[in-house]
Design a protein around this ligand. Structure first.
Ligand code: FAD
Length: 485
């Protein structure tokens, strides 16, 4: 039992409104892929969706799938990648379990082919610059910390952000239109406007069905083989966010649909599922584009740098959130001055100064601190080696063209949009695990209601939700279809 959500004993069910082999809760990317794969394995799959149609947050997303290991797009664009290199990078940069990571990396290229076979389209072209997401139609970009030290020395960097060819509503919408069409064609049935409120379990605790609310009615749906939870994250549940994610500030902006309220996590918990990484979030507000701003330096209230400025924007956000008073300033000179393009982030220009000493005093930094920071940075930049944080030489340039300006990029003053990353603990097959690591019988979870591969924003790369969410959704669908009825 958890937070008022209780399981219902099967003996208490008087009437089964519907019965299916595999019952999937939620029709975002994870649920759609789970149902498609269960159906392909011969099971009768039924989706229960709270909204009046499928799509979820997935349909509102940028449609970037993190995939690699030598996908058709990577190969067509001349990039070398293989499962071992992808694994080495993700092993070094995330804290996911080996088994899950290995399954994802080994299966990623074939999963890309499967997505295309469902009608999800990716252009055979790559964007070479640094961008958060593309508006220019290319199918591939570098979306994480692959070129960031120390990872660039551990695994050959390869772009793995595969962005879907957009329709008029965008890339996420295009992906979901294709997957929803495919669900219909494959004979996956979906009931809309039904909200799962409880799991139904048998005497041994096996998930055997779902209680749903439809309008004022309460209905029970039988799952002969298994239930798959695919309800998305909990970032639209302010209480759950406050309880679990300590770094969130009053200016942090939850993104996603209102139905990402953590209900699937609560349902899984009620049946004995353990939770993992619940304090994790990916917050995003970027100083780039334009990429020239990455040549600036970022300091805290001590006037000290604390991160390489070229890291992935989610990693930067997490590092800023951990600074004293969650405060950080982006310092630029006249040679690289520009306004950050992401207006929603509200990275405010504080002021301009003729000297670093005047800026130091204008920002109320400890006397001498910023001057020392800039002196070391400019020396390093001239030598082409950032001795402190190993920022990539591409972004090293002495800041020696007065005047100087500072943007306030503090975590609690700028607007950082966030997504939660924690959820139900699952294995590589998508089975929900209990506190002892044993599977909860008949219960699977995938997508953002399951703990994700990155456990916090420092580990994230764009696409690491849709990529693994769709991949592990399929794993869950396949395994659920194999369960005994
Ligand atoms: C603006 C934006 C851009 C993004 N861009 C990217 C990106 O490019 N790449 C990436 O990897 N990630 C991206 N993300 C994150 C990503 O979109 C989500 O994490 C991902 O879509 C989650 O997929 P899901 O299938 O788990 O959940 P969802 O797509 O949210 O689907 C969950 C479904 O479950 C339903 N549901 C919820 N509760 C219940 C219930 N109790 N009963 C029945 N149904 C229920 C919901 O209505 C919903 O349809 C982005 C997010 C946003 C907001």
């Amino acid at each position: 039992m958890s937070d008022g959500v209780a399981t219902i004993l099967i003996d208490a069910v008087k009437h089964w409104e519907r019965t299916a082999d595999v019952v999937v809760i939620g029709q975002g990317v994870a649920g759609a892929c789970a149902a498609l794969e269960a159906r392909a394995a011969g099971a009768q799959a039924l989706i229960l969706e709270r909204a009046s149609g499928g799509g979820g947050t997935s349909a509102t997303s940028e449609g970037i799938f993190y995939l690699g290991g030598g996908t058709a797009v990577q190969t067509a664009c001349g990039y070398q990648d293989d499962a071992a290199t992808m694994f080495t990078f993700l092993r070094a940069s995330t804290s996911a379990e080996d088994e899950k990571l290995r399954a994802f990396c080994d299966g990623a290229a074939a999963h890309f082919d499967w997505l295309e076979a469902q009608g999800v389209r990716f252009a055979r072209s790559a964007y070479k610059g640094k961008a958060v997401a593309l508006r220019t139609g290319e199918g591939l970009l570098m979306t994480g910390n692959e070129k960031v030290w120390p990872y660039r020395d551990q695994a050959r960097p390869a772009p793995r952000g595969h962005q879907v060819t957009p329709n008029a509503q965008g890339s996420g919408a295009a992906a979901m239109v294709a997957l929803l069409d495919r669900c219909r064609e494959a004979g996956v049935e979906a009931l809309y406007d039904v909200q799962a409120t409880n799991l139904i379990v048998d005497g041994g605790g096996r998930a055997s069905g779902v209680r749903v609310r439809r309008g004022d009615a309460t209905l029970d749906v039988r799952a002969r083989k298994a239930v798959i939870l695919a309800t998305g994250s909990f970032n639209s549940n302010p209480d759950m966010v406050r309880e679990n994610v300590p770094l969130i500030s009053s200016t942090s902006l939850p993104i996603g649909i209102p139905y990402n309220d953590g209900s699937g996590i609560r349902l899984g918990e009620s049946a004995g599922g353990a939770l993992e990484g619940m304090d994790g979030m990916i917050a995003t507000a970027s100083i780039y584009p334009p990429a020239q701003l990455i040549k600036g330096v970022i300091v805290n209230t001590r006037g000290e740098r604390f991160v390489a400025e070229d890291v992935y924007h989610g990693r930067l956000a997490s590092c800023i959130a951990e600074q004293p008073d969650q405060t950080a300033y982006l310092i630029v000179d006249e040679a690289i001055f520009a306004y950050p393009e992401a207006e929603r982030a509200q990275h405010r220009l504080i002021d301009g100064w003729e000297t670093i000493a005047e800026m130091e005093s204008g920002l109320s930094l400890p006397p001498g601190a910023l001057q020392a920071t800039l002196s070391r940075y400019n020396h390093d930049a001239a030598a082409g080696e950032d001795s402190l944080f190993h920022k990539h030489p591409d972004y090293l340039q002495p800041l020696d063209h007065p005047s100087y300006a500072a943007f306030d990029i503090s975590f609690n003053k700028s607007v950082y949009a966030f997504l939660t990353l924690g959820g139900l603990k699952t294995d590589a097959g998508g089975r929900v695990l209990d506190a002892d690591g044993a599977p909860v019988a008949g219960l699977y979870a995938a997508g953002a209601c399951a703990a994700q591969i990155p456990h916090d924003g420092k580990e994230y790369a764009s696409g690491l939700t849709l990529g693994p969410g769709s991949f592990f959704g399929r794993q869950a669908g396949r395994a659920a279809a194999r369960e005994q009825a």
